[in-house]
Ligand binder design. Sequence first.
Ligand code: IPE
Ligand code: IPE
Ligand code: MG
Length: 232
Amino acid sequence: MQELKIPTHVAIIMDGNGRWAKSKGMPRIMGHYKGAEVAEEITKASLDLGIKYLTLFAFSTENWNRPQDEVELLFDLMKNYLTEKKQQLLELGVRLRFIGRRDRISKDLRRLMENLERETSKDYKITVILAVDYGGRDDIIRAVNKIVRLEVKDIDEKTFSHFLDLGDIPDPDLLIRTAGEKRISNFLLWNLAYTELYFTDLCWPDFTKEELIKAIQDYSKRQRKFGRVLDE
Ligand code: IPE
Ligand code: IPE
Ligand code: MG
């Protein structure tokens, strides 16, 4: 069997929570509950596999257009889950970071996010980046607003990347999207330029460590060329 090449950075569009719940005759929010548990399992699996950065798309800038009760329940779930799991994150060696806008998030969740980023910043084995109120276009516009104070001649790809939410974190090597949809949905538009894409029909609540390994096996067979011609 081919050797497993462990990607440094894996990004995941965790999709299909609603469909999963519907298929079981349950309300959509139950899919989100199960989805949060799976995010925890995949964090542990990524840590075991030696992945250094795991970026999870939890809430997009467009997800505000969902029914208000779903949005409220999603944020309640996030708040409770993060509060409850803080100790476990510290014990596991997970550094948490958040990307996305902060200005539309409730003050108490924002405080919790800042607290978690601070407290989990020492002695870690993996960095888990949660994308909350994140949009790739919004990320680029916010970067432009910050970068205008520089001289135009000093702006190149490297400096521009630095002003994006992922900052100096290396670009994702592998992007996984669950639930059969084959689109980016305004995720990391800039950073995905040369990322390998992997799609599975499984809904996120059914995703497992074995499925993650399957995605990495597939990734291991890819020849990344970055526009070059490789020697035959
Ligand atoms: C992904 O699952 C979670 C979020 C976007 C918050 P969905 O809620 O999009 O599930 P589907 O796509 O409706 O099945
Ligand atoms: C993308 O999923 C956003 C997250 C997973 C948080 P969506 O379910 O919102 O994407 P679309 O609407 O199918 O493109
Ligand atoms: Mg969806």
